[in-house]
Design a protein around this ligand. Sequence first.
Ligand code: G
Ligand code: G
Ligand code: MN
Ligand code: NA
Length: 254
Amino acid sequence: VELESGLRGALERDEFVLHYQPKVSLETGRVVGVEALLRWRRPGRGLIPPDRFVPVLESTRLILTVGAWVLRTACADLVSWDRLGLPPLVMAVNLSPRQLAQPFLARMVDDTVREHGLDPGRLELELTESLLLEERTGTTDVLDAFARMGVRVAIDDFGTGHSSLSRLKRLDVDTLKIDRSFVAELPHDREDLAIASAIVAMGRSLQMRVVAEGVETPAQARCLARLGCHEAQGWLVGRPMPAAELVAWLQDRD
Ligand code: G
Ligand code: G
Ligand code: MN
Ligand code: NA
């Protein structure tokens, strides 16, 4: 309750910030995109990570206004990086189930992308795997709308939920993100290796891109590259950073 009252008005008080975590191609080693991750700068309490407050936002309608702010801010930052002459990255933004149930979500995303003059293919929306379980017609419609617009869709934390593979086949999904729990014990753990290998093989055969999350060591990255995983995200590549720090980090790499 105290958290909820603090969150009300946090947007107006400018207390939210986005950090960006880079992703690299395992084929070229190049940075290909970033994921926008929300943090709450709570007065007197420091930077609060999303697992502490996103569920509260989601249990209220606050996630809708904060979610729209996240999308606008991420698009504005992406445009500013283009203007600095940085290589064209793909911006990944997380969407919660409640946002996906919003009737005008596709329109809101379309408007935001247009207002910033972005190629829609530069935006990737990350959805949780639980959406693949539900036979909610609305989900199919909104994913179809994203596909028509050319906005990419990724399934986050893949492998942890109970997704229906037949539904995965029917939905227009571009990217699977292997949950970091399957990456942590690579390359030694035989079960995790089998799971990661199966996800990569399935994604590739369905023409999807596969991204591994939580990559912390060169041995994990080599193992994933050998399996055919396209991209890696994790501390080995870079931690989530404020926009200014990301720009310096990107310029440093070249
Ligand atoms: O940055 P961190 O690892 O603490 O993020 C944990 C999780 O919080 C993310 O994987 C994502 O599921 C969720 N999250 C982060 N930012 C956002 C956001 O902007 N919107 C929503 N809905 N969830 C987010
Ligand atoms: O979208 P998702 O909930 O997966 O967000 C990714 C979260 O995982 C981020 O909040 C980030 O802080 C965390 N994270 C990112 N890279 C690593 C990593 O290499 N190892 C671990 N343990 N956590 C990570
Ligand atoms: Mn994510
Ligand atoms: Na994730």
